[in-house]
Design a protein around this ligand. Sequence first.
Ligand SMILES: O=C(O)c1ccccc1N[C@@H]1O[C@H](COP(=O)(O)O)[C@@H](O)[C@H]1O
Length: 198
Amino acid sequence: MFVKVCGLSTPESVQAAVESGADAVGFVLTKSPREVSAEQATHLLKGVPEGVSAVGVFRHEPAAEAIATARDAGLEWIQLHGRRTREDVKTVHDAGMRLIRAVTMGSAPEEFEDWGEELLLIDAAVPGSGESWDYSSVRNLGLGARRWLLAGGLTPSNVGTATAEAQAWGVDVSSGVESSRGVKDLNLVRSFVEAAKA
Ligand SMILES: O=C(O)c1ccccc1N[C@@H]1O[C@H](COP(=O)(O)O)[C@@H](O)[C@H]1O
């Protein structure tokens, strides 16, 4: 099970995620209670070992703007939420970066097609809101062997059943490992990674 822990804003939370075995960490570079600057992301990146992917997370920013910010931060992965096009995927790849493309269950059918992104992310309607949804509905999409991440309202307690219901390839979490909005609880981070990998 591929595990990404998102919305990290302190070296301690990065350390807790990577030491517990997270495969990817996310730095939110858009408006959010978890927002960090490109400079802060560069600093946090120092705690990310080789083999763990560090992802810059964006919402409505145009792809070119997200690429420029992620590049400033030294990140090679970009996560794009909001309405996107196949052209956006090409723009990210032409920039030499890798892409997590986020959709929701309310997205148009063609948005679930493989546009060549490295990972598809299926999230709640509002990213980072902590809202859970009917994870089993993903099974109707016929994603087959696609590499995709489940997100939205996951916690250490529900990640096991949620991944089984959705038959997820991987997971992404933010709110469910926080003691208050935007503040990561290091024990919850560790418990989540452990539960997801179990
Ligand atoms: O976490 C945020 O604040 C955020 C802001 C803008 C875009 C994406 C964001 N995070 C993504 O949202 C989900 C986590 O949701 P939850 O809080 O666990 O319910 C995950 O994909 C994050 O990468």
